[in-house]
Every structure is written in C-alpha cells, then in structure tokens.
Design a protein around this ligand. Sequence first.
Ligand code: AMP
Length: 437
Amino acid sequence: MNFSELGLVPELLRAVAEKGYDTPTPIQAKAIPAVLSGRDVLAGAQTGTGKTAGFVLPLLQKLDSAQGRAPRVLVLSPTRELTAQIAENARVYGRYKNLRTLVVFGGVSERPQIDGLRQGCDLLIATPGRLLDLVEQRAADLSQVRHLVLDEADRMLDMGFIHAIRRIIRLLPAERQNLMFSATYSDDIRDLASRMLKNPITVEVASRNTTAERVEQVAFKVPKEHKRHLLVHLFESGAAGEGAWHQALVFTRTKHGANRLAQQLEAAGIRAAAIHGNKSQAARVRALSDFKDGKIAALVATEVASRGLDIKELPQVVNYELPNVPEDYVHRIGRTARAGATGRAVSLVSADETGLLRDIERTMRQSVPVLATPAFKIVESRPAAAAGGAAARGEVNRPNASPGNRAGSAPRRAGHGGRPGSRSHHSGPSRRNRSAF
Ligand code: AMP
C-alpha cells in the first residue's frame, strides 16, 4: 500500500513524499479513506501510530483552499505541546495547499491568538479551555465548523475538559463530520462517542497494547530514597549491559518532583531539564528543543507535559515513579518505540509501588520483568540549591559516609541483590494526588 492508493490529491502526496514517508501506517491506511468518505470516525490509536496524519491529511483535502475568516476544521487536543505538533503537521502536510492553520492554547498571551482569529484561518487547533475563553470574548467564531476532531479524547476527559468540550460542541453547526481519537475506551469515552458520533466508521489499528508490545519493559526494585542514585547509574552504565545512556525521558508524578530530580541529575553531572505545567511555554519549548538537539540527556517530565511529545528515536523511557493510573503507564511508554521503532521502558519501583505495578500488569495483560537491581553508588551531593553549579560537575561529593548519612556520602558499591547499603526502605504510602501534576 502506498499513499497514492488512499485517494489523496497530488499536493498532499508531494508533501508526504517530501516528509519522507513511503508507506501509510496502519491507522493512516484505515482512517484516511474513512475521513475522505465524509462519515464520522471513531479511531482507537495512540500517539506514535501516525494518527495525526490520519486525520490531518484527509481534512486538508476536504477543505481544498482558503475560504472566509471562521475556521471550518476544529481540532481539540489536551495539551499545548500536542496542539502545537498537530498544527506543525498541518503546515507541513499542507504546504502545497493554500490553507491557514491557527493554534490556540493557554499559558501564553491571548492577544496574538485573537489577532490570528481576526485575520482568519481554515483549521483551528485548540485546547478546550483557552478556546472557550476566546469564544466568550467573541474572538472565536465556531459557526462555520464542518469537521470536528477530538484528539486524545481519553486524555481530555482525564484532564477534566468534558464540560468545556460539551459547551464547545453546542456552539457548532449540527451538520458536521465528527472524528474522535482515543487510546483507551472507558465508559466516559463510550458515552461521549455515542452522543457525538453519528453512525461512525470504527477504526481500530490493533489493541491499545500494540505500542507496549514493541517496548521492552523492565523494572528494578529500589528503595525510594535510592532511586536517583540508581538512575544516575543507569545513565552512566545502562540497564542491561548496553553501556551509557545517551538520552532518556524520565517521568515523575509531580512538578516539584520533576524540578528536584532535574537538579539532582545536574548535580551528578547529567545534563537535565524539567518540563511540566508550571513552566512557561518558552521554557518548555527550550527544554524540548535542547533535548531533541541532544544538548540535554535527561528530560524530566510530568504526565501531562509529556503528552503527545514527538521525539524521534527516543530509546529509553524511565518511570521514576509509577503513575497511579495504569493507562498513564501505557501512554508514557508509548513515548518510545514510535512509528515502528523499538524502545525500552525502565520502571524504578519502590516497595509502596508494587501494587501499582500489579495494576499496570493486569491492565496490559502482560507482565513486566523485574530484573536484579545492578550495583550502584550512593553519591550524595549538596542540597538542591547548590545544584547546577559546582555540584552539577560532581565536585562536592564527599567520600566515606553511609548512604543513610544525609550530609554526605560515599561513592559506594551496593550490596548484592541490589540493596545498596543496609538502610531499609520505610517508604510510606505515596500515592499522590493527580491534581499535583
Ligand atoms: P503521531 O502518532 O501522529 O504523533 O506520529 C508519530 C510519528 O510518526 C511522527 O514523528 C510522524 O512524523 C511519524 N509518521 C507519521 N506517519 C508516518 C509514515 N507514514 N511513515 C513514517 N513515519 C510516520
């Protein structure tokens, strides 16, 4: 199968060829003809499957050329990063079509977005909250929307956007095509689909675990307080004899935890940056581009910030803390093994997280092998305030203290079985509230 068999016009085929795609991915092979047919579509697909082109290409074709001021395609997506990536795809695939794409998301000034809407666009890619704000200010006119896409619908519901989505839908013309993409099917998703979609074509590329199956998953048991030392070891020596890690995307549960870990990694001499919802858009973009350019080795992210990140050839994902919701694990590990590649997901599991690991295994119907924890050094550095400076170059490590000794520290080998030091892990329950993301 090649793209020309899917009924796409030459302008789009040319852009696709220039992007370097030879063959449509399974979701594209199914979704593109379905969207071109004009029917509603319910697609089960994760980020990483090529789903964006699966709806962007046929919608660009349907719009044909620029017209009027109000958008005719509205794509709702959960995060700024995903929104920006969809728009970037629309611009790349649509480069030989005369169409205008506009993005609208929160966390940045509204002014340029309002100006953009005044000038007019054909495709509007938006996060629901900011779009509603702009509608309320009468800056966005949704009366001409003929095609609605809910991308990563499950995540939008998880993030509490359901009311905003419903309000937006009420503002749209009744006569329109609806496309819904979701990696998982909860009852809420089914409910939304049954309200929104009329006689949809269902496109299911495979079970939602397909990506997971291409990812080599391993877990290490490690006391909570030693996780960062093990992580440093993994960066320096690898998880299974593969040698030093070039790069990894590391997940923490909280923004604060992401900041702290990024500082600790820097203090251990590993270039790191944190990406989460409290960072400015500029800081997030910088961290992401530094990571993509290889300037930093560890991108420490919270769940939401990482959603939809498209980073090519990402070999490792680390679950520094396991997510409370098993589906989040599937999304996280989907950051590696993208578009046919293979990758690895390494989970650092403390005693209080073993229940979470079991839940994850049950959800995936797949077990995650627990490997013997490698020996690693406990190297304490100065507290976070010092990180980034001398500490980042590892100059402040002090020898000869037990791992339990806060002030300092010994480059020290772990005991056998991966229990570094005699101090046991008295980790209490640590299921943190998801609202802390
Ligand atoms: P997505 O799931 O839409 O985020 O896409 C995941 C990645 O796959 C992106 O880096 C795309 O550029 C890439 N991609 C999409 N379609 C294809 C294709 N047909 N062939 C190769 N790579 C693709």
